[in-house]
Each structure stands twice: as C-alpha cells, then as structure tokens.
Design a protein around this ligand. Structure first.
Ligand SMILES: Nc1ncnc2c1ncn2[C@@H]1O[C@H](COP(=O)(O)OP(=O)(O)OP(=O)(O)O)[C@@H](O)[C@H]1O
Length: 260
C-alpha cells in the first residue's frame, strides 16, 4: 500500500484548466468525542473535459467529497472552487444559483418526475430556473443518448437504463461545467449500466463535458480517465487509464489492510 499522500489528488502543473478544486478540504460530522472526520485535509483537482472516478471502501468519504465539491454540503475547513469561483463562504442563495448554472447531478435513484414525459423531465431544471433551453444542444444530447423516439414517454414506460439515460440527459441539458454522478449504475442491470457508462464516456469525448463519478464497481471505474482512491478521508492513490482488473487489485489492498 502506498503511504497516504495528500498530493495524490493534485494534478501536475500542466494538467489543464480545472472544473473544480479543493485545498485542505476537511469535513467533520458532529463535535467532541463522537465526531467523525469524513474528509481529512483533502487536496484535489478536477480537470476540465475529463472523466474522473472516485473509489474507496465504504465510509471512506466518497459521497462527502462529492457533496462538498458540488456545494451541496458545507465544509468544516479548507477551500473549494467550482471553475474559477470559490464556493466556500458563499451564501445559500448565491450557492444555489451557482449550482443550478454550473453543475449537473445524476444519482442512483433517477429522481424523474413520474407525471412528466421524458422531454419535460430533461428540461425541468431549466424550466424551474426560468432559463430557455438551447434547443440545438438539447437535441444533440438527446441524439447522443439515443432517446429521440422516447421523448413522449413517461418514466414508467421506460426501462431502468432508459430512465437513467433521461437522468443523464437532464444533467447534461443545461451544458453544466461539471457533472457529478453518485453510483449512477447502482440500480441497473449490467447491460443498462454499461450503456449509461458508455454515454457518460461519450459526453466527455464528444460533447467535451467533465464528469466526476462515485462508484464501487471496478468495471464502471474502468470507463474513466482517472481513478482517485479514498481511504479514511484521504486521497491515498490515483490511477490514470484504469482497467477493471487493475482497479480491482488496488481495491483488494484496502481489504488486506482492514482484515490482514
Ligand atoms: N450526516 C452524517 N452525519 C454523521 N456522519 C456522517 C454523515 N454522513 C456521513 N457520515 C460519516 O462520514 C464518513 C464518510 O461517509 P461517506 O458517505 O462520505 O462515505 P462513502 O465512502 O461515500 O461510503 P459508502 O461507499 O458506504 O457510500 C462515514 O464514517 C460516515 O458514517
């Protein structure tokens, strides 16, 4: 096992423009003797136009890292930027607006509204924000995701994989700077899961999007460009150009430490 390194989440200086960044990000839940240190002075750079996966044992801080980077959760100390904007210290209103304008979310449960059609679900966040969708862009997203003939369907009339693709289109529709996906294939059979991962990959390669995905699945992580490994609230390792086998081997080393 490599020694925990506080620089494992940092990019080399020529890594490219950043979609998000954290400096010494620390998050504690609770106070006093029962406090849990979920993130321990994490430094991380998320490079624009890249697909980054976040892995690690249960409780290692993956979801907390994603929530803090996305401005969904407050930090205990440290600093976080979305693009060029520092979000630590922003008020609720400004933060909500920034998230709405710059971030797309995909969760394990698709969170689609059952009474709306696929098309209406896709543009719902923009409708709520009073923003006019860029029709040409939305059409490109819909076409890339192969949803053209499903737009009038309600979620219940779609397969799980199709529902997750609608959720993916919804995350992409406003052309966010950054998409956060938390176990996006967790509720899908392996074929639908592979489809969704292929589409996320295409979103990066063909549409230039930036994706950060939390996953437990080495096969899912293998679709990314870079895997960040979290252990006990620290980024302990990174792997560029991952394969499922290599990720699995790396994850096994966490087990050895735990049980060995
Ligand atoms: N709201 C909360 N209150 C108290 N402790 C929390 C809270 N949310 C998370 N934690 C703790 O913080 C640590 C990190 O949790 P987190 O959910 O980020 O881990 P994870 O790596 O995403 O786990 P999993 O893979 O099981 O989803 C854990 O010890 C967890 O119990």
């Amino acid at each position: 096992m490599s020694a925990p390194s506080q620089t494992a989440g940092r990019e080399p200086a020529d890594g490219g423009p950043l979609a998000a960044r954290a400096d010494a990000l620390t998050k504690a839940y609770g106070t006093g003797p029962t406090a849990v240190l979920a993130l321990d002075a994490v430094d991380v750079d998320i490079v624009r136009g890249r697909f980054t996966a976040v892995m690690g044992p249960s409780g290692s801080g993956k979801s907390t890292l994603m929530h803090c980077l996305a401005g969904l959760d407050s930090v205990t100390s440290g600093r976080v930027w979305l693009g060029e904007t520092e979000i630590t210290g922003l008020g609720d209103r400004r933060l909500t607006q920034l998230r709405r304008d710059r971030v797309g979310f995909m969760f394990q449960s698709f969170n689609l509204l059952p009474t709306l059609s696929a098309a209406e679900n896709i543009t719902l966040p923009m409708d709520i924000a009073g923003r006019k969708p860029d029709r040409a862009w939305v059409d490109t997203v819909v076409e890339t995701l192969g949803l053209g003939d499903r737009l009038k369907h309600r979620p219940a009339q779609l397969s799980g994989g199709q529902q997750q693709r609608v959720a993916c289109a919804r995350a992409l529709a406003s052309r966010p700077e950054l998409i956060f996906a938390d176990e996006p294939t967790g509720n899908l059979d392996s074929r639908s899961g592979a489809e969704v991962l292929t589409f996320l990959r295409q979103a990066v390669d063909q549409l230039g999007q930036t994706v950060v995905m939390v996953t437990h699945d080495p096969g899912a992580a293998a679709h990314s460009d870079l895997v960040l490994f979290l252990g006990d609230g620290m980024i302990v390792d990174r792997m560029a150009g991952p394969t499922a086998d290599a990720v699995l081997e790396r994850m096994k080393r966490f087990d050895v430490i735990r049980h060995g």
